[in-house]
Design a binder for this molecule. Structure first.
Ligand code: LAN
Length: 730
């Protein structure tokens, strides 16, 4: 029983929720009137997700309890199940891309400040979500859904609950307050929480470390110029600098006054906020400030207080708003992610007013990042994972020889057409500090507008697979060869050529500034956010895409070969002494290990002929758990050392490892058999794999769910295994 149910909290009627996905993959939930329930049927995905009944469970090809049930049957059943939850209209695989517990505060703050009413059904479900994810022991909230309670998680979610109407004396609030007080109250919130609280007039800007808008007036050649920062960081600090510059706080209301009296240890009026710029609760402090940052902050505080003329601040903010407008244009309002989106929306409100079309548009676009699920409604980590999931689905279906079966044709065509529609066809507006993007692919949707290196490479490979298959001749023309060449141009332009990171790929852009900029990371809770970094997984995927193109087309052949060569050199260089690779976007060494081994397989390196592959496999094999599978904890990402999951293995890490070992041609089949056994035994009769544990991560500290992974990777592992061992497969 869910915690919200135990507490008797209100709940909406799940039969009334509908999810609409448009052709470009935007996902919007709607709560329809009761009388329309029969008239407007729920999609399979919604029936399955919300368990509202009559989900058409596929009949298994061979029943898993049957003694003759083999890995190939498990692959088939898995693929069958997964294709049942594809959205018929758009071809995407919708999912609640959740994990971070600091996204919803943006929506609630925006609505509170602007006075926009949150619909009652949203309120009810947002409260349910937060309550259901409170920590079972202390009642606080973590940085992410599976983390221990932190000040950041607890303070922002507490404020949300109170603003949404949960009374102060509710047991959930009482427990959360105990956590807050235990950690010295909201003065010890990390930087981002202090910003949200200041906007809500629950904290004073004098206690927030500075983010001056004037830095946007500096010349770009300076290595610290904000346009050289990682897209997420610059997109967030852009509107934040505006808000901090004018020290914006909303009007103080009775409810805010109440909250002020609840989240601090001492009375609000007696707090000297200037003393707490650097007060951060120990549990939040993953990455403490450098001395350089502290000194710099002192100088900026002095500058802002005594030196900066008002006209300069105004000019800075004017420039910032121009850039926000460009960001809005380039991303159909979404900006790169929900955090920057909410801050930008608040700036638009200040600039244009409540009734402006700009603010209306922001308010409307929130619907594309809010997602309902069995635990309730939340703002997701991005506006979805559409392109990424479709790319992996198509590829893996081909790799396991299922794509060309008539029963899967429709699914493949839909996902493929979605990818064809999602490639960028327009450049960003001039002067927005963005690279050429025509030909690239994003992680989520075309309208969001940000190229990601590995998403481009994986989508390119998926599209070519369909284009090369005679079974899909009728849809080959959905995308031209020229478009594929454009993708290659984008990909090649993204490769880093600096001496340290030579040959690698970062996430959205080339590395634009020295990695030493990290010394100025003000966020306290995240690592590696200031600039782009070389990522081994992004480099691996790029090798896959580039090599696949090279094998099938005749464009820029020499440059592509060279690019692959230096990328592979980077992959080898980034292997650690013990044979492992650190994973930045999945948990953790098993994820990066699989990607690296697949990239090396692509260039024909295997256990037999490559020392690097041998070490990579041996590292993973040593971590096999007594039950025969693999399981890694989020602690791996934080501690930078392999940490097993509690007690039993996980399907996700088992699948990742098995894929790596299979592609590396690891010689001991018995090791792989045991992993395969785990994947088979954890599958339901219908071909489903149930959620076990969170799969993804970012910035070393925050976990995020990839709901499609528990279908995609086991399918790939089982299918590759069945293909390789044929008669000898179990
Ligand atoms: C993502 C999600 C996808 C992910 C992959 C494509 C898997 C990866 O290989 C490259 C990086 C990328 C695109 C990525 C970057 C960071 C994101 C956008 C996220 C992990 C989802 C949420 C996260 C974003 C930074 C959250 C906002 C928080 C901040 C600390 C700025």
């Amino acid at each position: 029983m869910l915690y919200s149910e135990q507490l008797g909290l209100p709940i909406t009627d799940n039969r009334r929720w509908r999810l609409y996905c448009d052709t470009y993959g935007a996902e919007r939930w709607d709560y329809i009137p009761e009388e329309d329930i029969e008239r407007i049927p729920q999609t399979n995905f919604v029936k399955w997700l919300l368990r509202t009944g009559d989900f058409p469970y596929p009949n298994p090809k061979v029943n898993s309890s049957d003694p003759g049930f083999r890995a190939s049957d498990a692959t088939y059943n898995g693929a069958k199940f997964f294709s049942m939850i594809q959205d018929e209209e758009s071809g995407i695989f919708p999912c609640q891309y959740q994990g971070p517990m600091f996204m919803t505060i943006g929506y609630v703050t925006f609505c509170y400040i602007t006075g926009i009413e949150i619909p009652e059904h949203n309120k009810v479900e947002m409260i349910r979500y937060i309550v259901n994810l409170s920590h079972p022991v202390d009642g606080g909230w973590g940085l992410h859904t599976e983390g221990a309670s932190t000040m950041f998680g607890t303070v922002v979610n507490y404020v949300i609950l109170r603003l949404l109407g949960l009374p102060k004396d509710h047991i959930v609030c009482k427990k959360a307050r105990r956590v807050l007080i235990h950690h010295r109250g909201a003065i010890s919130s990390p930087h981002w929480a202090k910003i949200w609280l200041s906007l809500l007039n629950l904290y004073d800007w004098s206690g927030v470390n500075p983010a001056p808008p004037d830095q946007w007036l500096l010349p770009y050649f300076l290595t610290t110029h904000p346009a050289r920062w990682w897209v997420h960081t610059r997109s967030i600090y852009l509107p934040v600098s505006y808000l901090a510059g004018i020290r914006y706080s909303c009007k103080l209301t009775p409810i805010l006054e109440e909250i002020r009296s609840e989240i601090y240890v001492e009375p609000y009026d007696q707090i000297d906020f200037t003393k707490h710029r650097n007060t951060t609760c120990g549990v939040d402090l993953h990455y403490p400030h450098s001395m350089a940052l502290d000194i710099l902050n002192c100088c900026i505080v002095f500058y802002e207080k005594y030196l900066r003329p008002t006209w300069l601040l105004k000019r800075g903010n004017k420039r910032v708003y121009e850039l926000i407008e460009k960001d809005v244009q380039n991303s159909d309002n979404l900006t790169v992610g929900p955090v920057s989106f909410a801050f930008s929306a608040i700036v638009a409100f200040i600039e244009k007013g409540r009734d402006s079309p700009e603010v209306e548009r922001f308010a409307d676009k929130f619907k594309e990042i809010l997602f309902h699920g069995p635990l309730g409604l939340t703002v997701m980590g991005t506006n979805g994972a559409q392109v990424w999931d479709c790319s992996l689905f198509i590829q893996y279906m081909f790799m396991v020889d299922l794509a060309e079966l008539p029963e899967f044709r429709d699914s493949i065509v839909k996902a493929y057409k979605f990818l064809c529609r999602s490639q960028f066809t327009e450049e960003c507006v001039e002067g927005s500090f963005r690279d050429k993007r025509v030909g690239g692919w994003p992680f989520s949707t075309k309208t969001q507008g940000f190229t990601v290196s590995d998403c481009t490479a994986e989508a390119l490979k998926a599209v070519i697979m369909v284009k090369k298959s005679p079974a899909f001749a009728d849809v080959h023309d959905e995308i031209s060869t020229k478009n594929l060449e454009n993708a290659i141009d984008v990909l090649l332009s993204l490769q880093n050529l600096g001496s340290f990171e030579y040959g690698s790929f970062a996430s959205y852009e080339k590395i634009r500034a020295t990695l030493l900029m990290e010394k100025l990371n003000p966020a306290e809770i995240f690592c590696n956010i200031m600039v782009e970094y070389p990522y081994v997984e992004c480099t691996d995927s790029s090798v896959l895409g580039l090599q696949y193109f090279l094998d099938n087309y005749d464009y820029r052949k020499e440059e592509i070969s060279h690019s692959i060569k230096i990328a592979v050199d980077y992959i080898k260089r980034s292997q650690q002494k013990d044979g492992s690779w650190y994973g930045s976007w999945g948990i953790c060494y098993t994820y990066a290990g699989m990607f690296a081994l697949e990239a090396l397989y692509t260039v024909h390196e295997n256990y037999e002929n490559s020392e690097v592959v041998r070490k990579g496999c041996d590292f993973l094999v040593k971590r096999q758990m007594p039950d025969g599978g693999w399981g890694e904890s989020m602690r791996s990402c934080e501690l930078h050392t392999y940490v097993n999951s509690n007690k039993k293995s996980q399907i996700i890490q088992t699948a990742w490892t098995v894929i790596g070992l299979l592609l590396a041609d690891y010689p001991d089949k018995a090791v792989i058999d045991r992993g395969i056994q785990i994947l088979k035994s954890r599958q339901t009769v219908h071909g489903e794999w149930k959620y076990e544990s969170i799969e993804g991560v970012f910035n070393h500290s925050c976990a995020i769910e990839y709901p499609s992974y528990r279908f995609l990777f086991p399918m790939k592992a089982l299918g590759l295994y069945a293909k390789k061992y044929g008669e000898n497969a179990i």
